[in-house]
Design a protein around this ligand. Sequence first.
Ligand SMILES: C[S@@+](CC[C@H](N)C(=O)[O-])C[C@H]1O[C@@H](n2cnc3c(N)ncnc32)[C@H](O)[C@@H]1O
Length: 308
Amino acid sequence: MTDDQVAAAWDDPKLANVLYHDWEAATYDDKWHISYDERCIDYARDRFTHVAGGDGWPYDRALELGSGTGFFLLNLMQAGVARSGVLTDISSGMVEVAARNGRALGLDVTAEVADAESLPFADASFDLVVGHAVLHHIPDVERALREVLRVLQPGGRFVFAGEPTRHGDYVARRLSRLTWWTATRVTQWAPLRERWAKAPAALAESSRAAALEAVVDLHTFDPDRLAATCMRAGAIDVRTVTEELTASWFGWPVRTFEAAVKPGALGWGWAMFAYRGWMTLTALDERYLSRVVPDELFYNVCVTGVKA
Ligand SMILES: C[S@@+](CC[C@H](N)C(=O)[O-])C[C@H]1O[C@@H](n2cnc3c(N)ncnc32)[C@H](O)[C@@H]1O
């Protein structure tokens, strides 16, 4: 990614999304610790059932918007939520990796480039539409939701998970910035530099990516307003749930720290600490804090609804 490309994408969120996610595609699964085994199958299924419940499976034909490398739908299919699927994304780099992942898993899926605001599918061609961490990148969310309802069969369901809430995102961003600022300075200290500091070229690349991130992340959501947008688009039986409070206060600095230091500097012990810490705090959030803390303060919002 060059400075000129970043400048060209500055006023064009869709171009920025293509550029940023094409650039991220090859390393995306590693960066986000995405796998297609029990760990992520459970994670994807739990996100789905948390908001949409466990009834009505398996769906025959599912569509994913902004699939990235296929994390959500491929793992939902492995969990038995859908029999066949179509992975779509605006980034051709992501679509290529998603198609490869689907083939490697031997699932009944195809993958193609598609903009969520104008889907290249006939009316009523799916009985499930899903997405994970995609709505906040789409300029006109209500238009995309109208497209979702158009391509769903009557009675079909949509599930979008992993969208940032306004309050959750505010806290997470500040924690991440503080972590980045601290880590990139401390690792320049001579005794630490060789083992921990990222190469200058890699740091410059990360800064360009961070500049684009500010363009691709278009929205944060208030759960009630997101539900209202779904209903305006024509959905019924709309429901939202939020999740991750302390888990996001821990998870964002951890991921930012991983991105700020030399690749490979943090070993297996760190990976275990990060994973176990996140699991423990997620359990704390789910079991206790979700009963007493207002839902809009949590980091993630998930929404589901049905086509009448
Ligand atoms: C944060 S990534 C999430 C990827 C994947 N769903 C996951 O959870 O790992 C967001 C994805 O949405 C895609 N995207 C952004 N804008 C889009 C649009 N208008 N239509 C379709 N996909 C879009 C990006 O290219 C990117 O792959």
